[in-house]
Design a protein around this ligand. Structure first.
Ligand SMILES: [Zn+2]
Length: 91
């Protein structure tokens, strides 16, 4: 089956893994934790800057470093979709 607009919900595909970011209200400190299914990436962070770098590191791991091909393929699609939506917004 072909989908024109793939929506990837990693949490549904692999329960218990993925990226979770929580921030409640403007003054709350952002908290995030990320686990990859391969088990090589498992980190948590708190604070806006730390959370942002965790999100970036997690994305890079999944796209470039992860030993699981499905994860790299899914991350590549997500990254391309993100790039598309970012460049649209800039125009
Ligand atoms: Zn991985």
């Amino acid at each position: 089956m072909k989908t024109l607009a793939p929506s990837i919900n990693e949490g549904r595909l692999w329960p218990g893994y993925g990226l979770r970011v929580r921030k409640d209200g403007n003054r709350a400190v952002a908290v995030a934790d990320a686990d990859c299914r391969c088990g090589k990436f498992s980190r948590s962070a708190s604070g806006d800057v730390e959370v942002e770098s965790l999100v970036i590191a997690y994305g890079r791991h999944r796209r470039d470093d992860c030993p699981i091909p499905e994860i790299r393929a899914a991350a590549k699609k997500q990254y391309e979709a993100l790039q598309r939506s970012l460049s649209k917004r800039r125009k």
